[in-house]
Design a protein around this ligand. Structure first.
Ligand code: Q9C
Ligand code: ZN
Length: 484
């Protein structure tokens, strides 16, 4: 029986921020995951997959040669200052003299892992690589991502094995605008992503990451913080997995970011580590288990290390801790999922069935307003603001992220430890089922959802000093003094 493959390469540590040690995407992330997997005796149960640098031809599947030339220059940069200045043309990217080669290795690692699964050499695999990739597209490295590892790997697999259906599932909390754009021209690839959206008031401020995007990307936009296992299970059980089954992929690549995890400083959501294991296991029921995880984000060590362990345990077929679901689903989330299901009903039978049910309910509740799906996007002014900064080469990666106070870190670490201290390993591997009833439409949910979403939009919008007096904010917050 073939085993679980793992890509891990020490050389990834050469990519680091030379001018800001507190930058969240750092080499420590990989050491920490690797240490944990070793300490728990998991590494020795896997097959090591060798990490080879990608070829330039492979990079060109998603990026122009002009980008390769530009990035290659960093090999010869005289010092850190020169590198820091060069980085100001990219959004949230740092580079060292070795970054270009590390980025080639990351793409290569994703390809090698995907190939091992596609050929059946490994049953499934986990590529533990960095820099991450899912934000990068064309000539735009951004959001800590240099090349789009997963999109290149998907295209390479299609090309190499003449695959007709490759599914990418993205669970990183940030919307994968890079993957979305990189695969838009590939009929053989489908992307499904669940990510923060907040009415468009959150990075990358793009409307195409909302539920009503049409193309080979399916989005599950989240418009509230603090979501947890119940919401993620519901999204998987009632939307993502049914579509995956209907699509019937030959291979699944997962953008495995753990920044939706509890305590993540960038994510704002609260998915527990075992839940990541359960999500992985659900995907293993599709594509005959041909699942390849490719690491993306995750910035709170106590959390992502545990999440990575649980994901690998799922791949290995180990028992997973039982999930304890007690809270009710967040109304804003229910509303998002309702919009997703209705929107996808025209293309997916599984959604049409639920959508019919929802429609009957809505007709019965005889409220015209309640039945309307709103598509909100308030991100344009913020998007343009950042576009100007990039155009003028003013992007800084120095002191960009506020460091959390130690007490806060410690309290969150304790919270994770309390969860892991209470693990009950399943004798029968089962994931709790979120009842469809909890998701069904009600006018009250709909109204609560919209009010809550507006609050979140205002909250996110207010973080931008420059936009404090903007029209949208004035309107949303109902500031009478300004609307006159
Ligand atoms: N001021 C990954 O997780 N930063 N990348 C948003 C805007 C974007 C994260 C803050 C963070 C990108 C792979
Ligand atoms: Zn992320």
């Amino acid at each position: 029986m073939s085993s679980t493959g793992v890509v891990y390469d020490q050389r990834h540590e050469l990519h680091k921020c030379l001018w800001d040690e507190t930058f969240p995407e750092n080499p420590e992330r990989l050491f920490a995951v690797c240490d944990r997997l070793k300490n728990r005796g998991l590494f020795e149960r896997t097959t090591s997959i060798e990490c080879k640098p990608a070829t330039e031809e492979q990079i060109l599947l998603c990026h122009p040669s002009s980008l390769l030339e530009k990035l290659k220059e960093c090999r010869n940069a005289p010092d850190a200052e020169a590198l820091e200045n060069a980085c100001k043309q990219f959004e949230e990217i740092y580079l060292t003299q070795d970054s270009f080669d590390c980025a080639l290795l990351a793409v290569g690692g994703a390809i090698e892992a995907a190939r091992a699964v596609a050929t059946g050499k490994c049953r499934n695999a986990f590529a533990i690589i960095r820099p991450p990739g899912h934000h990068s597209y064309e000539a735009n490295p951004n959001g800590f991502c240099i090349f789009n590892n997963i999109a290149i790997a998907a295209k390479q697999m299609v090309k190499e094995f003449d695959l007709k259906r490759v599914l990418i599932v993205d669970v990183d909390i940030h919307a994968p605008q890079g993957t979305l754009r990189s695969i838009a021209d590939s009929e053989q690839i489908l992307l499904i992503s669940i990510h923060n959206y907040m009415g468009g008031a959150i990075w990358p401020f793009m409307k195409e990451t909302n539920y009503d995007y049409d193309g080979n990307t399916i989005n599950v936009p989240l418009n509230a913080p603090g979501l947890s296992d119940a919401e993620y299970l519901a999204a998987f059980q009632h939307f993502i997995i049914p579509i995956a089954v209907e699509y019937n992929p030959q291979l699944i690549l997962v953008s495995a970011g753990f920044d939706a995890g509890l305590g993540d400083p960038l994510g704002g959501q609260k998915v527990t580590p075992p839940c990541f294991g359960h999500l992985t296991r659900m995907l293993m029921d599709v594509a005959e288990g041909k699942v390849c995880l490719i690491l993306e984000g995750g910035y709170f060590k106590a959390s992502f290390v545990e999440s990575a362990e649980m994901s690998l345990r799922a791949l290995l077929g180990d028992p997973l801790p039982l999930l304890h679901i007690h809270q009710r689903l967040c109304p804003t989330f229910i509303e998002s999922l309702r919009c997703c299901i209705s929107h996808q009903a025209k293309r997916w039978k599984c959604c049409a069935t639920i959508s019919d049910l929802l429609q009957q309910q809505q007709t019965a509740s005889d409220s015209e307003i309640a039945s309307r799906s709103l598509s909100i996007f308030v991100g344009q002014p913020i998007f343009e603001h950042f576009e100007r900064i990039i155009r003028d080469h003013r992007c800084s990666t120095r002191n960009w992220f506020p460091v959390r106070p130690r007490e806060k870190e410690e309290a969150l670490t304790k919270e994770i430890e309390a969860i892991s201290a209470n693990y009950k390993l399943e004798s029968e591997p089962e994931t709790p089922l979120i009842s469809l009833e909890a998701l069904l439409f009600s006018q009250e949910t709909h109204q609560k959802a919209l009010i809550e979403m507006m609050k979140n939009i205002v909250d996110h919008y207010s973080r931008f000093e420059q936009l404090k007096n903007s029209h949208i904010l004035t309107l949303l917050s109902g500031d009478k003094s300004k609307t006159g």
